[in-house]
Design a protein around this ligand. Structure first.
Ligand code: KMH
Ligand code: ZN
Length: 274
């Protein structure tokens, strides 16, 4: 069981557009269809962002509700809401969908430059999102864009706002955050408390090599158009499922079958009262 690989699919994100990849799922219906296609290919978790009717990122609660209901009516994936939203959104906007009590949600544990923008996560935002997730029984996935964010997560543990074992996602290769060299992943994986689980989301060209490292190191993997719209250099991916299928295939060859959502719930200790 511990050897199974949890694949998260980050379908849409807040930044990619149809100009980047015409197959980007945008409406709740497209998102649900892409999620369940990725489930067939081996994904257990869908990392969810939604868009408004113009294709712009939104944290609108009803749009999250619709997407989650559509996904749940079609497949058994773990639905993980983004509380990151898009740069420039207020904390209230970003946290509003938590009221729908998804099984998981993201918790970025620090502020980071994000290209030319700044992704703001000061202590009061981290504390309020962590507190809300604890109150509602939502399993947090700690997004670490650099090593200091691990320390910030441990401060939340000390304050009683996060409960161990923790689950981390190392987001690597964002301009402004940690880069995606092998030594960077080794360093992050060695810096989290014993008993934690982790996955890696490599941005752009870092996606595939870091995913393969995670397979070997006992971590888990996130792929999808939020992080990378290409299949190989200069070749757009046909779908999120295509990216997931490659991860499942490589991982199987390395002796780690893709975890089902039920297996992923057990690995991550998702009980509905996290
Ligand atoms: N869109 C980024 C600014 C998350 O989903 O929690 C933040 C992000 C992280 O995507
Ligand atoms: Zn995201």
């Amino acid at each position: 069981m511990g050897d199974k690989l949890i694949i998260t699919v980050a379908l849409t994100g807040a930044e990619a557009t149809r100009a980047d990849n015409p197959q980007l799922p945008v409406t709740p219906e497209e998102i649900a269809e892409a999620a369940c296609e990725a489930r067939e290919a081996g994904a257990a978790i869908v990392h969810l962002h939604v868009r408004d009717p113009h294709g712009n990122p939104t944290q609108d609660v009803e749009t999250f509700r619709r997407a989650m209901e559509l996904i749940r009516s079609r497949c058994d994936m773990i639905v993980q809401f983004s509380t990151g939203g898009a740069v420039g959104m207020t904390a209230a906007e970003r946290g509003a969908p938590l009221a729908l009590r998804p099984e998981m949600a993201t918790l970025t544990c620090g502020t980071v430059n994000f290209g030319r923008d700044v992704f703001m996560n000061p202590p009061e935002i981290m504390e309020s999102f962590a507190g809300e997730m604890a109150r509602l029984g939502i399993k947090p996935e700690i997004e670490a864009f650099e090593a200091g964010m691990i320390n910030n997560a441990m401060m939340l543990v000390k304050k009683g706002l996060l409960k161990e074992p923790l689950h981390f996602d190392f987001v690597m290769g964002v301009p402004g955050g940690i880069t995606g060299r092998p030594r960077d992943l080794l360093y992050l994986a060695e810096s989290i408390p014993a008993g934690s689980t982790w996955s890696v989301a490599g941005i752009g060209r870092f996606e595939l090599p870091l995913a393969v490292m995670a397979m070997v190191m006992g971590g888990h993997v996130r792929v999808g158009f939020e992080d990378n719209v290409y299949y190989s250099k200069g070749v757009l991916a046909e779908s999120n499922a295509q990216l997931v299928a490659r991860i499942a295939r490589l991982s199987r060859e390395l002796g780690r079958e893709a975890a089902t959502p039920a297996e992923a719930r057990r690995i991550l200790g998702i009980t509905g009262s996290n």
